[in-house]
Design a protein around this ligand. Sequence first.
Ligand code: 13P
Length: 242
Amino acid sequence: MAERKRLVAGNWKMNGGRADGLALARGVAERARGPHRCDLLVCPPFTLLGAVGEALAGSGVGLGGQDCHPAASGAFTGCISAEMLRDTGCSHVIVGHSERRHTCSETDADVRAKAEAAWRAGLIAIICVGETHAEREAGLACEVVSAQIAGSIPDGADAERLIVAYEPVWAIGTGLTPTTADIAEIHAAIRALIPAGTRILYGGSVNPKNAAEILGLEEVDGALVGGASLKADDFWAIAQAC
Ligand code: 13P
């Protein structure tokens, strides 16, 4: 089986105006012309997709959306379809991020419908899963994540169109990370439930200091990076840890 090439993806979340977003994209594109051993992806806010896509042209850095609507088009004010993302130059879309599961009450069924939409549009779906702090404290992390995997991944998944991101809710933006043993345990549990060869990213407070240790784990196929992806130097340092 082909080796799982690592992927370092930046989720910019709701950050960046045109000037700083473009500066960041150019910074990433410039560094990406240097040697690196992983795939690179940035997921800017919808408003910056077009401009960032142009800034990344020819750099090999991929472009992704942060969410999509299940429908291809229609009367859904404020929403963006997977087809629109594709049309704007995206190759990937994040679905089921915990910030959407928790603040927008998205269910596993919603996430599954969005992943199906991503595939319909020819995008790779990055499906996020992860337990809350209370769930981990109760010893339920594996159970919760396994249930999210079962409920969120559509039938017919394959390693070409699916990436899973394990992002413990309590590790996002907090500076806290699970132990490497805990990350390895959850990744192994996820691996048993998904098609062979599918990449599993770790996300949650990845930074240039902890990246080598986390990305050094056999079961970790890359990182989904939030805060540290907003600085080209930090994002690049994480990519260099692969
Ligand atoms: P931080 O890297 O800021 O913890 O965010 C992780 C994340 O949510 C990526 O999707």
